[in-house]
Design a protein around this ligand. Sequence first.
Ligand code: V1D
Ligand code: CA
Length: 419
Amino acid sequence: MASKPVVAYFHDEDVANFHYGQRHPMKPHRLALTHSLVLNYGLHEKMQVYRPYRATADDIGMFHSKDYVRYLQRPTLKDGSKFLIGTGHDCPLFEGLFDFCSMYTGASLEGARKLNHKQCDIAINWSGGLHHAKKFEASGFCYVNDIVIAILELLKYHPRVLYIDIDIHHGDGVEEAFFTTDRVMTVSFHKFGDQFFPGTGNIFEIGEGRGKYYSVNVPLKNGIDGDTYLRIFKPTMTKVIERYQPSAIVLQCGADSLGLDRLGCFNMTIESHGACVDFIKSFNLPTLILGGGGYTIRNVARCWTYETGLLVGAELSNEIPFGEYFPFFGPDFSLHPDMSTSFENENTKEYVDRLLAQIDLHLKQIEAVPSVMMQEIPSDGLLHDLIHARKEEEKDKNADERFPQSERDKHIKPDNEFE
Ligand code: V1D
Ligand code: CA
């Protein structure tokens, strides 16, 4: 990859106009704020800007069950509960739901296709990254798992895909989809404990069968600051990449790990969040950059604009340029406002050292560079093992409790050292 990568950026103006509901923290409008800031900083001049493809029901059916896709296309109030959609759920039923899903998923899918065909080095879709959606149901504000669908697309051309998730929540939907394969390695950094959503992602959740040791979980406590986060992120990702040697990366950049997030409890600055993105960029591998959570929308826009700047290699003035949404960025009108919170950093040096040592033990177990027979002409056949595994899973959905308590109990350390 050249020193200035070719960056493809996907934005559909319409995606920002959907509403989860007045009291719901997920605001697609944050995407309009982000795009406007990207334009006002002139970043469109440094990348290819596309209005993305819209995913079809067949595209979505690459991961989700037929029943569920059919429901998304024609939702009824009656059937919603079966799929965890509707009033009283995290995932409300709103006007244009299928179109919303098809927009954010189409952008991730097109990003993966452009990477596959080497039409860009980095693809950005801030509307994507909805990491909680499951094969048969919605979860945590996510209806369609665009990440899984994009990774399946990358797997047509790439033997090993690395997924990294810096959203404050555990990337459970992506982990679950690839839990039993070594073709995808998933690494999630997240708040764990105190019943924080979704409750999965303890350090001993490591994958199963061929996938054992290819799921990495980094459970963090309240108040982690940027320096502490980077002290964990950089050595972990260096070892993962050295060991696994992915040929493509997908990075979910949920901005709810920033200080002052409406649903978060971390103390990351935009600079340190961006340093994670910049660090992954420095490996010069084809990379799909996605959004995710982020509920203090002025900071989401600041963060993803700053990261777009890092990815195209532009230095951005700390002064927010004038534009349509200028009043949102007051009273300081700066790109990097003070974001410190009252959350004390509960991630002590001892905790971090133990975390790193345990992750190291797991990473030492992985077979260096698992191989897959690549065909000269890429075809869907490469996905045979994954698709077969998924069909088997569908047969006995009810028997499929992913982490039975009996299995989890085997991993509980007597001194509860990671609680
Ligand atoms: F605060 C709320 C107000 C209205 C509706 C929902 C919420 C809310 C806040 N936090 N919901 C949550 C989380 N859900 C629960 C469960 C509901 N209880 C029965 C337990 O705690 C869900 C948080 C989802 C986070 C999504 C995400 O940031 O990870 C994301 N990533 O990509 C897109 C979204
Ligand atoms: Ca995460």
